[in-house]
Design a binder for this molecule. Sequence first.
Ligand code: ADP
Ligand code: 5GP
Length: 229
Amino acid sequence: MSSVFIISAPSGSGKSTLVEKVRKVVPGLEFSVSYTTRQPRGREQNGREYFFVSRETFEQMKQNDEFLEYAEVFGNGYGTAKRFFEQAKQSGHDLLLDIDVQGAAQIKRKLPDAVTIFVLPPDRKTLELRLRNRSLDKEEVIQRRLVTAHREIEKYREYDYILINDRLEESIAALKAILLAERIKRAGTEPVAADNETLAKAESCRLRNIAARVQPIVASFAVAAAPGG
Ligand code: ADP
Ligand code: 5GP
């Protein structure tokens, strides 16, 4: 296994959409399919987006030490199975994890070289719209996700890269650039001319280069959370 990439985002930001698209255009990238106790949503299939298991099975897996990390999110259990790391290591592929901020912090402690990417919506209103348009959750669930989004967004500084998911095509290109740029850097060879665009695109998503654009997004969540907001 060359690299571990962790991608986190408030629910509804478009992370699953981005991950699905980027898996098709970046070769040598394996995806860690998490275990969850939640019910399948929309067209999700067992073994593709998640392994959907009962609470009993999930607790048994915890007991058996089968998870590299696990967390409770929106009242359901989610866990990353250790076996995906073993498989990726053996095949020499990169591994992409789609996990929440708690899981990302746990993995980063165990694997400090893991590259972390945080996906943000352009603002709170857009996030709300995307959650509603997806129309897979009840109103009460949407409200809970918006409150949690505010808490999660405040963790953005713990990530290496920030991806503001405004226009989808641009976001896919940026995510692809981040993955490829890390490969170029880890190869340790002198980048060729064709790599420069990729490296520059990835660099523009580095926390230090994008922090100013993140401020108003974080502020849009803080205003909504204030009394009367
Ligand atoms: P997440 O995995 O972060 O919870 P999804 O990938 O399910 O989010 O996306 C939430 C909704 O927003 C979906 O209906 C998706 O089609 C839509 N969406 C994702 N990215 C964009 C984008 N850049 N512009 C507009 N809509 C988007
Ligand atoms: P959803 O139910 O919308 O698919 O996911 C809810 C949240 O759980 C998202 O933030 C997602 O990244 C996170 N998640 C999915 N799988 C895992 C996992 O294995 N571990 C952790 N910690 N979080 C996960």
